[in-house]
Design a protein around this ligand. Sequence first.
Ligand SMILES: Nc1nc2c(ncn2[C@@H]2O[C@H](COP(=O)(O)OP(=O)(O)OP(=O)(O)O)[C@@H](O)[C@H]2O)c(=O)[nH]1
Ligand SMILES: [Mg+2]
Length: 414
Amino acid sequence: MKILTFSGATPAEALRRAQEDVGEEAMLIETRELQKKSLGKSALYEIVVGIEEHLYKPKKRQHKKTESHESLKQQSSEVLFNISEAAKQISQIAEVTEVAKPHESSHDIKLVKDEIAKLADKVKLIQHMFWEEKSPHMEIAIPSEFAEIYKLSLQSGMKQEHLDEIMRLSLEHMPSKMRENSHSVKRYFQTLLRKMVPVRLESLPNSRSKKVMMLVGPTGVGKTTSIAKLAARYSYLMEKNYEVGLVVLDTYRIGAVEQLMQYARMMKLGIETVVDPPEFANALESLHYCDYILIDTMGSSPYDKHKIEKIYECLKANDTPFTIDVILVMPSSIKYEDMQATYNNFATLGVDTIMFTKLDETRGFGNIFSLVYETKKPISYFSIGQEVPEDLVIAKSEMLVECLLNGFDRSKLS
Ligand SMILES: Nc1nc2c(ncn2[C@@H]2O[C@H](COP(=O)(O)OP(=O)(O)OP(=O)(O)O)[C@@H](O)[C@H]2O)c(=O)[nH]1
Ligand SMILES: [Mg+2]
């Protein structure tokens, strides 16, 4: 059975809203008086209705243009009234706790604390009570307990279609016990999101197979810096010191070659440069003694098909037994639509995983979520700053979801 809540100035009005939304089959479960009628303020009732799953066909929500400005204003003043009332109750209880501390048993204090937590959650619910009115694009009725995660996800830049789908999934599968407060709703939502983020864990090279990784992507996204971080990681920062070799395809610009040459000198790594595609296989062959071969490429603007074609020719000319893992490097600071356009441009190269850079320069992470959810391409690494080698982390779905819901926090990454 689906449980939904509706509010109105009278129980009859709330019931009418319920029937408008879910039809005549709705069963009234409970009526609550949220606010008494007083001078200048109308009363506020909330009803809880239930409806059998198979009968539940939510009406497509209309943009509520008919709702007058005045009535919305009145609703907001009611919300504010409710918040300040609840806040008052909380502070009263908090005072009691302070006084009670020396005398009362820890059991009593725990009860009071639980009560405060419940009230604090109630404040959140009241804050979100009229959120449905503010979200006219929603096609499904979502209880107010979900308002916080809905808003966070929307602000994160997640694609609306994905968000609606996740909401629908959550509503269908969330155990009713978890719906009781917004904390458990958030926890459930976090778990669900984690399961939806594909990541690829590192696998190590062995005597039979080496790891050959090629970083491709638009200009200035952090490919060369990431190659340097990866090279340092494999040659110095793991349990075993692996042999690492570098290949540069970016031979158009002297500066680009020099940038990687410097890292190679500092870390004492073998480095090969490739001008034309036929030289590519030779370059790989000459680094046959390495466990890891990291290939840096020239940055290509999404509209510069020529450069992408040149990389494609190199991949095609690879007649060595080495399999090349193509990693698309993308900054997390661009919109979902731009990420999608970038992905489509590089897809011809056969992208295996995606590395997101510049996580330190962005606030929303829903764009990353939506891109990997849509393309089903796993994330391999995150770059979280300019420092070589420390600002590189292996992708974890927990980390992305944490950033998405609570923001990027360097101190939590380990
Ligand atoms: N804030 C921040 N800056 C980064 C990050 N990764 C790289 N950068 C900076 O971005 C700039 C470009 O980095 P490069 O590694 O040269 O980028 P690229 O993709 O190789 O560029 P092209 O070779 O020109 O296509 C440099 O100033 C880097 O220090 C990151 O994760 N966060
Ligand atoms: Mg570069």
